[in-house]
Design a protein around this ligand. Sequence first.
Ligand code: ADP
Ligand code: ADP
Ligand code: ZN
Length: 214
Amino acid sequence: MNLILLGPPGAGKGTQAETISSKHGIIQLSTGEMLRDAVKAGTETGRQAKALIEAGELVPDEMVVGIVSERIDRPDCANGFILDGFPRTLGQASALEKMLDEKGKTLDAVIELRVDDEAMVERITGRYSCSKCGMGYHDKYKQPAKDGVCDKCGSTEFTRRADDNEETVRARLLAYYRSTAPLIGYYFAKDRYNYVDGMAEIDEVARQIEDILT
Ligand code: ADP
Ligand code: ADP
Ligand code: ZN
């Protein structure tokens, strides 16, 4: 099963991808995560992406299309994958369609997490994650069961993303409306489009996604 999760920054894509991934045994592919890894590793891609990420702007299509194409060829994706944060432009969407065709893979569903824009700044500025396993949390909406200890791996170290500040979030929302929102119409026309209420509680959003997948 191959899926796309669509929605603005803070919509809950990473949170829901984590749940779908463990429930269905398919791989979560976050282009944001891959780019941050490249920045950390200091690769050529990372060096080019760094300033754009910090400014809340999109990186060029070629940069992410290549990474995704190479990633979905790996054996761990044979069972399926969840694209979280890709495609983000119409150019990326048609490149994806072409590469899936060439690889003999299909796109099973696109699910939009429909949210209120006003809530996204609070979601993003309260977001943090486990430094060791990457599990996502929120100051108010998703705290670990035991204070200061990761539910998944037991680590006591957490990090916040440099671009998760109010100013950059507004730039990222703008990039979403300028470049990514048209994908809703694109996938509706392709008969792949579904949506869930992304403002519901995390477990309820997961239930609505399950209804679509089963
Ligand atoms: P995205 O990957 O779409 O940018 P995340 O999954 O990282 O979004 O979620 C952003 C923040 O909001 C995280 O801190 C997460 O714990 C929290 N969050 C996710 N879904 C919900 C929800 N349905 N209600 C409240 N908070 C949520
Ligand atoms: P969010 O949690 O806001 O959805 P991501 O982790 O998906 O953020 O992405 C972080 C940043 O990485 C984006 O603001 C953008 O600069 C870059 N990025 C990630 N995915 C893409 C993509 N598919 N196309 C262009 N830029 C991307
Ligand atoms: Zn952890």
